[in-house]
Design a protein around this ligand. Sequence first.
Ligand code: ME8
Length: 523
Amino acid sequence: MHQKSKQAFYITTPIYYVNDIPHIGHAYTTVAADIAARYRRLEGYQVFFLTGTDEHGQKVEKAAQERGVDPKSHWDEMVKRFQSLWKRLNISNNDFIRTTEPRHKKVVQKILQDLYDRGEIYSDNYDGWYCIPCERFWTEKDLTDGKCPDCLRSVTEISEKNYFFRMSNYQSWLIENIEKNERFILPPSRRNEILGFLRSPLEDLCISRPKKRLSWGIEIPFDTDYVTYVWFDALINYVSGIEYGSDEELFSTFWPEAIHLIGKDILTTHTVYWPTMLRASGLTPPKMVFAHGWWTVEGKKMSKSLQNVVEPNRLIDTYGVDAVRYFLMREVPFGTDGDFSHAAMVHRINSDLANDLGNLFSRTLSMVVRYLDGLIPTSSNLQEVDRSLQELSGKVLQQLSDQMDDLAFNKALSSVWEMVNATNKYVDETAPWSLAKEEKDRPRLDTVLYQALESLRIIALFIAAFMPSTSEKMWSQLGIEENLWEQNRIENGKWGGLKPGRTVTKPMPLFPRIDPSKISQGA
Ligand code: ME8
């Protein structure tokens, strides 16, 4: 029988430059994408989650030159650092694309050749200013006091032949596309920023760099004296990563669903260059580009010179992977800037994780072990207090759908914590320890402990995408035999799924409390 195909979900992170070791900013986007991907898998979607590395361009070439090494072999080492961090962070990407891979080069060259053949790319002499760190051309009037308007560093005057993509032809199409799709660029402040930018005439995009200036790139197929501008090359990863031009089925399943998560620093490339490149190539724009904010560290911009770059591996060593994932998503709304501090991190762990969730879990399981020999009881004769816990759980199930559609991760977590807090209150109010004293109260004790356990099962399912290993621990200690990752958040998120008669185990602490005085600022 022909099975109805599942709904598809395609999510990407930026591909990170390999000239730098991964920091908290890279981890942030990648963890967010992972949560969205895991969440959709738990809703039964067919998911493709892509991340990778950006290995061409001047920044990368310069970094290799400074180290006196051949770029490719050096970057192999750096790529491993990203890949091993993603493993430690429990990132569930389906593929990892490197722009130095033949499968990517092939697609870049195919798109370039096709655009050239159809007159979408032309050659012209370029006279102007160039910012090496930003890899961008500027006209005289763009400059700020003679410096790059973006990074305020010195620019170099150049005059050379280059190739240009007729991006300006697509300005009115782009404006219309942004205006009619309210969710194409999110959050709305970023959409307004781009609409504002598009009020000035859009220029054509220089997409080549002469090899004499930069050799580390993908050769332009119709002029071998040139390599491809790094952004034109890098953006194409989003289609080469799903085998555009070679696996039609994979590509056509996922491309129309593409959601790009990016930092606010790379908004123009993703919402102006990329959709117009796609349009000119006869492809639809991505479904959504979501730009998140930036992290500062203890109130300061993160930078190598300030030596305050937050290294995710050290955070995991100190706090544990799930606490790091939780903090990043809970502390600030996705889309807004945030500040990382060890004090805030310790506070979140001690209050939300160790105190609220961890204590609830361990005290509930301990009571089931102590009073019921670990056996999951049945519930009967529900009272108002039981029903309101159940109703809250149903409400959170619904709320999560909208919140996760909007990538409002912090709201989703605070909804789940409403349940955590309500369950703590439920346990306090129903006081199972008093019910355990009298045999006549046994049916009520069974009901109360069943309700508390069932709430914890649903909480474990709801936080699975955010804190996968914590959920797995909760799941197995709750005595549930079904595979957590084969659950459906909606179906199995309904009240009553916990099977009586199975046995819970003696609880192991989920999150040890952290003594704030033991955490040094440099941790
Ligand atoms: O831009 N806070 O790569 P990149 C939050 N290769 N996020 C931050 C951050 C901070 N302080 N610092 C960096 C590139 N990021 C290109 C992308 S995509 C086709 C090519 C995150 O290594 C944020 O997601 O400089 C930003 O967009 C990304 O790191 C840039 O990483």
